[in-house]
Structures are given as structure tokens and as C-alpha cells.
Write a protein that binds this ligand. Structure first.
Ligand SMILES: [Zn+2]
Ligand SMILES: [Zn+2]
Length: 257
């Protein structure tokens, strides 16, 4: 069986002690593709170090995380946009709106999100959306921008049945991660209502480790723990989940290399 971790921050400092061994553990466990969303200017070098060390497995994206959007975001976005003509990126992100930690720069977050959606259109790439406390707002923005050409993932999905329906109509996927294993997380109840062709798996490493690792450092090989729970809740075999989620991820990111 092969698996794709559609969202992991493997350049994070949490992995400084064992980064290459951690990637190797994931590859040995069958997680052959590790999609790396960017955070800010400081994460780019580490992301490329990984992509150059594991070119078959680690695939970089480019974007500015909503929690990193401050008053001075425009020159940063301009620099990031120029990256697309310099190196190969498989997606735009992660971008979106986060109103959980801080709403000071809400207007700037929305502006930066809309610009990054336009990159996705211009470069014909998927957009990877972070929508903490902003599910309706981000769906509204994508609905406004969707002209049939946009595709992407609402990562770390934790919404309602109605939002699943809206995201489905937009032609987007939802990223399911460790939260599905949390007691009282609510996600395991929503999961059976999500069409199978919308589901992709993610760890969001080093964050949101699944039970029984909850609260500890997350890493991509725990994707199998997440997959076991998802397969159990959906009542399908691991083999089928592996096949369908890999196809779904490839429908977003492309099949090549
Ligand atoms: Zn996120
Ligand atoms: Zn993330």
C-alpha cells in the first residue's frame, strides 16, 4: 500500500535531531509522498534542503501562512511570487485565514489569501487552505474566485455537513488528520458524511499527533494511525482507503514524479 501525506512541515525545528531518519521511517512505512506547505520566508531554505535530499518524496509548495501575515506582508508576497519562476512548486500554500489566535490583521490575511488564490490560477496550481475559525469566510472567498479552474484542499478540515456540501460543490478536497482520533473532536461523526472522493490524508506534522501520540511530536509515519481510524469509521479496508486517498491527492497535486 502507498500513502501520501498531503500536508507536513518537516523543516520545523522539532525535527532538527533526526530529520533524515524521520523521512526514512515514513518512506519505509509506505508514505512515499510528503507534501510540504511553506510558512514564511524563514522556512524556504529548510524546505528546499529536504526537497533536494529526498527529491522523489519531499515536494515543496510556496505561500505565506495566515498567522505570518502582518502589516508588512506585501513585499514578502512579492518575493514569494517570484519564487515560482525560479523553482518548481507543486502548490500554493499554505494560505487562508486564521481568526483563532489573532484577528488584528484579518483584512491583511484576506488580502494575502486572495492574492495567493490568484497565483494558483496564474500558475495552474492547487491552493492549500488553512481555515481555523474561518471556515465560512474561506468558503465564501473561494466561491467568489472559483471560475472552474481552481482546485485544492481545505486542510485540517473540522467543519459541518453543510460546509462539506459547499466544498464539494467547489470541487475541493478536505484534509483529514490526527483530530479524527481525538475523543470529542467531532470529526469522526462528520467523516461518514464526506464523499470518499473528497478525502485526502495529512498529518500536519509536527502538530496534531493522533492518539496515542496526542500532545507529542507528530511525524508522517503516524499517517498510518490516522488511516486505520479513518478506515474503521468508514467501514472500508485499508487497501481501499490507500488507493482512494492516493488518487484524490494526485487529482489535486498531479500524478507526475
Ligand atoms: Zn494549517
Ligand atoms: Zn500546516
Amino acid at each position: 500500500m502507498r500513502w501520501i501525506d498531503t500536508h507536513c512541515h518537516l523543516y520545523a525545528g522539532e525535527f532538527d535531531g533526526d530529520r533524515e531518519a524521520m523521512v526514512q521511517r515514513a518512506v519505509d512505512a509506505g508514505i512515499t509522498k510528503l507534501m510540504l506547505p511553506n510558512i514564511d520566508m524563514d522556512s524556504i531554505d529548510g524546505m528546499w534542503n529536504l526537497a533536494n535530499t529526498f527529491p522523489q518524496h519531499c515536494k515543496p509548495m510556496m505561500g505565506l501562512h495566515p498567522c505570518s501575515v502582518k502589516a508588512d506582508f506585501q513585499p514578502i508576497l512579492d518575493k514569494m511570487k517570484s519564487e515560482f519562476s525560479l523553482r518548481k512548486y507543486i502548490g500554493v500554500g499554505e494560505t487562508g485565514v486564521d481568526l483563532y489566535w489573532d484577528t488584528t490583521f484579518k483584512a491583511q490575511q484576506i488580502d494575502a489569501f486572495e492574492q495567493q488564490i490568484d497565483w494558483a490560477k496564474e500558475f495552474n496550481l492547487p491552493v492549500i487552505i488553512h481555515s481555523r475559525e474561518s471556515q465560512d469566510l474561506t468558503i465564501e472567498i473561494i466561491t467568489k474566485k472559483q471560475d472552474g479552474s481552481l482546485k485544492g484542499i481545505f486542510h485540517c478540515f473540522g467543519g459541518t455537513e453543510d460546509q462539506v456540501r459547499q466544498i464539494s460543490e467547489l470541487g475541493f478536497k478536505v484534509g483529514i488528520g490526527g483530530v479524527v482520533t481525538f475523543k470529542n473532536g467531532g470529526l469522526a461523526e462528520i467523516l461518514p458524511l464526506i464523499p470518499l472522493n473528497m478525502i485526502v490524508l495529512e498529518t500536519d506534522s509536527p502538530y496534531l499527533a493522533p492518539v496515542p501520540f496526542r500532545g507529542k511530536r507528530n511525524e508522517p509515519c503516524y499517517l498510518i494511525t490516522i488511516a486505520n481510524k479513518v478506515a474503521e469509521v468508514l467501514g472500508i479496508s485499508l487497501e481501499e482507503l490507500s488507493r482512494v486517498t492516493s488518487e484524490n491527492a494526485e487529482a489535486v497535486y498531479g500524478k507526475k514524479d
